[in-house]
Design a protein. Sequence first.
Length: 287
Amino acid sequence: HECDYPPAAVDKPQVTVSHINTSLESGRIDQQVRSQLQRSQSLYGLDSQQIKELAPDLIITQAQCELCAVHYDEVLELVAEDAIFDETDILALQPRSWDDVFRDILTVGAAVGCDEKANQLVDGYQQRIDRITETVRQAEVKSPRVVCVEWIEPLMVAGNWVPTLVEKAGGINGLSVANEPSQYEKWSAVMAFDPEVLIISPCGFDLKRARQELQQFQRPEGWQQLSAVSAGRVFVLDGNAYLNRSGPRLVETVEILGHLFHPHQISAPQLPQAEEETWYPWLDCGS
């Protein structure tokens, strides 16, 4: 139900459903999630009848995060209960790191008989990343301190592959640990780190939804004194497209971050959608 890219994906049958009301503000969404997990209730469901009708040769799922998508065990149970799936293969991806993301592309390519194409894609992605890192290295510019916010209320900082993206884009990641899950944090820790660039990219929210959420944002004590706030370097990024998903668009994320960190050295990337649909500077964040 979350697959919306490339655009043609929205025309495919949807075989999962969310049991969370995502129209609520972030604090209430967090309460829903905690409540259902405490009751050992799944956050997502499977349309088992439709999956049986589709009779897939291959099911690609994930085993990385029970908060993000259908639990892997539920997929295993579905496949085990019906003989129609006797010849069905299951591929469970569980990326934590930047290297895992590239490895998963190769794994999926091999599973669908497109090894050569997958290798070509990964090689091309790596060349794009190398161009960013080399530009930053040659420019000998100062690397800004960066915090990436993955959830607003309560505050959560982005882990997994995100710290590596920040470093490859020429920043110094703060508060979260590369290849480790995203974690809850206190705003006092953000104040102590004093980021020079603050990226706000709520998990699962597009830019419009993030903008709505920030209208309710209660600025914590010390907010005005943050270097990122006083310098006008607080950016809101479409997290749903460019930060939270472990897919090929993370390459574009490095290009975006490189531009936001070093605008004089790295030009804004050419993206399928307009820049204003991808990120925007939160210029009135101090008011």
